[in-house]
Design a protein around this ligand. Structure first.
Ligand code: HEM
Length: 278
């Protein structure tokens, strides 16, 4: 297997007393021909590498980034392997647009609808950001299912990746909880009644169903307490859990590597072929 390119190590920043001004080995500076522009450019490059070196020495970020970005991928890796990253990108877009929506949204039974109407009609780019968040939610759900399908059909749920599959299942459930809790927030007729129905269905679930429905309703009636509870779950609890679990999910992807496409599984490594092992 050909060796992967290894990134050039970041230069260590010079310590106090080492005296060096970080003279580089490319021999561009210092010469009689080196003008002010050349020196300024060199200084800027030195400064950037100095900051990166300073951070790296204290955080060990190069090791992490090298492991993350230069990891080996199996032969036959294709576009289907981008679905996980696409899901992550959709989550990032939801998080960013959600922050802007939260600046204008009021989680109250009497003001929620008006705050959203104001955001849509009066705020600069409000309708656009709201649209991105609304359509982005569906995009994320579609992507997460496609990604799950890819990992299933490529057999990526098998040993040693079962734990990552289980983390994925929790991520899928949490993504759907985001959809459910977000749907109520505009607090118009449709979102109100759809959530009443969803809550009634939840209550019919076995064992925990009625308790879960009570918890979500936050009281005997669908009222002000329900919207606050959905809002807290939608913008604090579940996004935090999703972010933490994506971290664990990616850690395992980097640690275990990705699965080769199933049509390449038949190709045993040379060292394991019968004639050579036996
Ligand atoms: C928020 C949702 C999710 C995000 C952001 C996410 C992200 C990712 C990323 C970036 C990868 C590596 C690249 C790739 O193979 O596509 C990956 C791999 C993986 N994911 Fe997810 N994922 C999510 C949900 C899920 C779900 C719902 C499942 C299954 C139930 C799942 C199971 C897996 C498995 C088993 C792997 C390893 C793939 C392999 O070894 O080839 N993930 N995920």
């Amino acid at each position: 297997m050909p060796k992967l390119p290894v990134p050039a190590p970041l230069r260590r920043p010079s310590k106090p007393g080492e005296g060096g001004n970080g003279a580089s080995s490319n021999g561009t500076e210092g010469g009689p021909g080196g003008g002010a522009m050349e020196q300024a450019k060199h200084g800027a490059a030195e400064g950037a590498s100095g900051v990166a070196g300073w951070l790296d020495e204290r955080s060990g970020a190069t090791g992490f980034l090298t492991g993350m970005l230069f990891r080996k991928v199996p032969k036959g890796t294709n576009w289907f392997y981008t679905l996980g990253s696409a899901t992550m990108f959709a989550f990032a877009i939801q998080a960013i647009t959600g922050v802007f929506l939260a600046m204008y949204y009021t989680p109250s039974a009497t003001q929620a609808y008006e705050s959203i109407t104001h955001l849509t009609n009066d705020v600069f780019l409000g309708e656009f950001v709201r649209g991105m968040h609304k359509w982005g939610a569906s995009v994320m759900i579609i992507l997460v299912f496609l990604h799950m399908g890819r990992t299933f059909f490529f057999g990526a749920y098998k040993y040693p990746r079962e734990l990552n599959w289980v983390i994925g299942v929790v991520l899928l459930i949490l993504t759907m909880v985001m959809g459910l809790t977000g749907y109520l927030l505009p607090f118009d007729q449709r979102s109100f009644w759809a959530t009443v129905v969803a809550n009634n269905i939840t209550a019919t679930g076995p064992v925990v169903g009625p308790y879960l429905a009570d918890f979500l309703r936050a009281g005997p009636e669908f009222a002000a307490t329900t919207i606050s509870r959905f809002y807290a779950i939608h913008m604090l609890l579940v996004p935090g859990l999703i972010a933490a679990l994506i971290g664990a999910h990616l850690y395992l992807v980097v640690k275990l590597g990705t699965t080769a496409p199933p049509w390449l599984k038949g190709e045993k490594p040379k060292s394991l072929r019968r004639e050579e092992v036996g």
